[in-house]
Design a protein around this ligand. Structure first.
Ligand SMILES: [Zn+2]
Length: 484
């Protein structure tokens, strides 16, 4: 399978497209304005100790103080039993912490005193004596080999600390792992030097920007080439690659083509389509994808026309096509959590089994762990996909300001009737002389057109003139009744 990465960099955002066999499979997005602080390491200052909560607020030099619970300090302290927070932290003291959960809304970041630095194969744990291997490495011999290498490297390096091998470390050579461990311990040493020479609060380590992170994360996947369309990012990637992932160096290319990089393989169009609710299928059928907070539902539909002959066969083919389209869409949109698929009902039991098998095969190609949980007697298939980063929709959109994410707005008719009720109510209370209705264009037009006689009735009832006025800034549901 041939694959490549396209890296599109502008000052505002970086986007990475992962292409397999000429088809966009995954999209990564990082915006400068919303770049998170997850993984960052700070020398913080203890702002407040709260013995009752066994926690402390740590000033990081950013907008909100972070939250540190004593249990996230234990390993760093080498403690076996939970100490009292007031014994280990004092207001004004210096402490090294890492962000383990992004701040959300008014809540500050969640912090840990247990530091970890990740590279492609390894996670380096400067404060721990450990040599671990990811559970997803299933081969027992390989697990033992990796554990052995890590034990030796962490013992001999003199840098101290421990390491965990990530899943991609399978079959990595001792030299590769040594190089990485060396790099990470150097990064850590550099952070400690900054700590010693500066005044807290201060950030001493930041997560890699997306254009470098993908190099780290995709190197094991036999990517054939990596095209980058910014010379600054290209130079950065070259330098990073020569230190960290030398096997990628000759795959990096500066893209200087005439057309935008994301016009290649129709990436830009595919992203646009991946934000739509409806996904057309070649057979004439289509999918409807609806994300809600709790789960995502996918409805498989036939096209408008169904031949009279071989109806069951047509449904079967549509479902098969839908199965592979669904796996692709989950990956492309990066939909995580529970997904309920409603295939078209079929009578043939063997066809049902084949459709589920087709879905299973397509899901197996996903780099994120995805599997079928269950198929109900009614033909609903439940899939779970591990939540990783934000879904494409979440990263690129916000709730519609008109309907506030409900997906439907009041009809002009509903708004008109609301206005009539309000005028009558106001009339009973205030007995004003004049009434002006300020509303959106379509509501005013509806009043003059469809509801002209009702409008006349209201005027008769209140025995006052009603003036209508369009306010171009108003959305459908907004209006105002001005009395004078
Ligand atoms: Zn809306």
């Amino acid at each position: 399978m041939s694959s490549e990465l396209l890296v599109n960099v502008t000052p505002q955002e970086t986007r990475v497209a992962f292409i397999e066999n000429g088809m966009l499979q995954e999209i990564y997005l990082e915006r400068e304005a919303t770049r998170g602080i997850l993984g960052n390491i700070y020398v913080g200052r203890v702002a407040r100790v709260m013995p009752g909560m066994q926690a402390a607020f740590i000033d990081l030099g950013i907008e909100r103080a972070g939250f540190l619970h004593v249990k996230d300090l234990m390993i760093a302290l080498g403690a076996d039993v939970l100490p009292a927070i007031s014994e280990v932290l004092h207001q004004g003291g210096k402490i090294i912490v890492q962000v383990v959960k992004e701040p959300v809304g008014t809540k500050g970041a969640r912090l840990s005193g247990q530091i970890s630095l990740a590279a492609r194969n390894l996670v380096y744990l400067p404060d721990q004596v450990v040599a671990g291997v990811s559970q997803r490495v299933e081969d027992q011999d390989e697990k033992e080999r990796l554990r052995g290498i890590l034990e030796k490297l962490t013992r001999d390096s003199g840098a101290g600390g421990g390491a965990i091998a990530r899943t991609v470390a399978e079959h990595a050579t001792e030299d590769e792992l040594a190089l990485e461990l060396n790099f990470l311990s150097k990064v850590w040493q550099k952070s400690l030097d900054i700590k010693a020479s500066s005044k807290p609060p201060l950030c001493i380590y930041e997560e890699l920007p997306l254009c470098l992170r993908v190099l780290r994360d995709f190197v094991g996947d036999e990517v054939e080439r990596i095209r980058i369309d910014s010379s600054a990012a290209f130079e950065l990637a070259k330098k990073f690659s020569s230190e960290m992932v030398p096997e990628l160096s000759n795959k990096l290319e500066l893209y200087v083509g005439e057309h935008p990089l994301f016009d290649m393989y129709s990436v830009e169009d595919e992203i646009e389509r991946a934000l739509r609710r409806k996904v057309p299928l070649k057979s004439g059928g289509y999918l409807i994808i609806d994300p809600t907070e709790a789960m995502t539902t996918i409805d498989v539909n036939t096209g408008a026309y169904l031949g009279k002959n071989n109806l069951d066969d047509t449904l079967y083919k549509t479902n098969l096509e839908a199965a592979s389209a669904i796996a692709w869409q989950l990956r492309l949109r990066n939909i995580g959590g529970i997904v309920i698929v409603d295939f078209i009902d079929m009578l043939d039991e063997e066809h049902k089994r084949q459709v589920v098998r087709a879905l299973e095969r397509s899901l197996a190609r996903d780099r994120v762990k995805t599997f079928i949980v269950d198929m109900s007697p009614l033909g609903l298939v439940e899939v779970t996909r591990k939540r990783t980063r934000d879904s494409l929709s979440y990263a690129m959109r916000e709730d519609c300001p008109v309907c506030r994410g409900r997906g439907r707005v009041k009809s002009a008719q509903t708004v008109c009737y609301q206005i009539f009720r309000e005028i009558v109510r106001d009339f009973r209370q205030y007995q004003a002389n004049k009434y002006i209705i300020l509303a959106s264009r379509d509501v005013i037009e509806y009043l003059l057109d469809e509801e002209a006689s009702a409008l006349a009735d209201v005027q008769d009832f209140i025995e006052r003139p009603l003036r209508l006025q369009v306010d171009v800034d108003y959305q459908r549901e907004q209006y105002e009744i001005v009395l004078s």
